[in-house]
Design a protein around this ligand. Structure first.
Ligand SMILES: C[S@@+](CC[C@H](N)C(=O)[O-])C[C@H]1O[C@@H](n2cnc3c(N)ncnc32)[C@H](O)[C@@H]1O
Length: 316
């Protein structure tokens, strides 16, 4: 069971109220049609999370939950929600050392955007790690959307201990929002654009969700080159099947301009290291090192340039 009534409570007095109320009827049906077969099992794990006494939450220094609890029971429950990809998370004494050092990416993004008192949307939010960090940076509310039900369950594990926080996650893809909401002050799309077959449509869809003074934070893979350079992998890229467009920063800026964004600037460029994305005992499958050329970490195993990621900020 997913209770989203507090979303409509929160957005009741805002321009999002009609849409949030629509969710009451539309969302249960959408979930019923798309739910993952293991979701009830994951939900049962969440229902059995142990009580935490003297609980406090620190979202400034990380996604950190402090308190006293049955540590063994807590860790056992959280391990049943593996693999954990985005993080790290601290649940009392249990440190979830995730595949990604998402805190490193957050440190590259956060200095470039003021989130204080902002209503934020995080598209492709994964397990909500960044959403909690956005609250820590002063956001008024955070709504995350991501169709993955395991990631939703991980998000809910933290929210279980902090139900009052103004953050929610919906198990829906961006395409499920058909309305031009024109509501959010800041929309994030991180790690999503290269998975879209139609990147310009993705940017237009994001734009329609922003209010008139809104800001887009786009984080995506790019390639070195001029405004005419774009990599379209023949098949897999770093073993990923669903990678479509990896443009240069210059070409990406043209994409953004064409859909009407202004004041576009690239604020960070970073080649992903095998220290930032790696196998851990909370994500035991293959990771970046296995997807790179063993003799040259500047190339993927398919011979393409290794993952280089840009953070771009653009305004309405
Ligand atoms: C590479 S991960 C990026 C996660 C996180 N934003 C980050 O930067 O680390 C891409 C995420 O997009 C989600 N996703 C896939 N299709 C989507 C869609 N149509 N709308 C929104 N999110 C989607 C996936 O489930 C996945 O969690």
């Amino acid at each position: 069971m997913i209770d989203y009534s507090t979303i409509s409570d929160f957005y009741r007095n805002t321009d999002l109220s009609a849409w949030a109320q629509k969710l009451d009827t539309w969302l249960p049906q959408h979930i019923a049609e798309n739910i993952h077969g293991n979701f009830d099992e994951w939900q049962a794990i969440l229902d059995q999370l142990p009580r935490v006494e003297n609980l406090s939450i620190d979202l400034i220094n990380g996604a950190i939950l402090k308190g006293h609890t049955d540590e063994a029971a807590l860790e056992a429950s959280l391990r049943k929600l593996m693999p954990w990809r985005k993080g790290p998370w601290q649940f009392c004494d249990t440190f979830i050392n995730t595949e990604w050092h998402s805190d490193w990416k957050w440190e590259r993004v956060a200095p470039h955007i003021d989130l204080k008192y902002k209503n934020v949307l995080d598209v492709g939010c994964g397990n909500g790690y960044y959403g909690y960090r956005m609250l820590g940076a002063g956001a008024k509310s955070v709504l995350g959307i991501d169709p993955n039900f395991l990631f939703l369950s991980q998000f809910k594990a933290f929210k279980h201990y902090a139900p009052e926080l103004p953050i929610w996650q919906l198990p829906i893809g961006l395409e499920a929002i058909t309305e031009e909401l024109e509501f959010f002050d800041v929309v994030f799309s991180m790690g999503v654009l290269y998975h879209r077959r139609s990147p310009i449509d993705h940017l237009s869809e994001l734009k329609k969700l922003l209010n008139k003074k809104g800001t887009l934070v786009l984080e995506t893979m790019v390639i070195e080159g001029d405004e005419n350079t774009c990599l379209i992998p023949h098949d897999r890229y770093a073993q990923m099947r669903n990678t479509w467009f990896i443009p240069s920063v210059k070409m990406l800026e043209i994409f953004l301009k064409r859909v009407g964004f202004k004041n576009i600037r690239c604020v960070d460029l970073n080649q992903t290291s095998i220290e930032e994305q790696r196998k851990t005992d909370w994500m035991t499958y293959q990771s970046l090192e296995d997807f790179l050329d063993p003799n040259d970490h500047n190339k993927t195993i398919e011979g393409y340039p290794a993952p280089l990621r840009a953070v771009i900020i653009a305004e309405q």
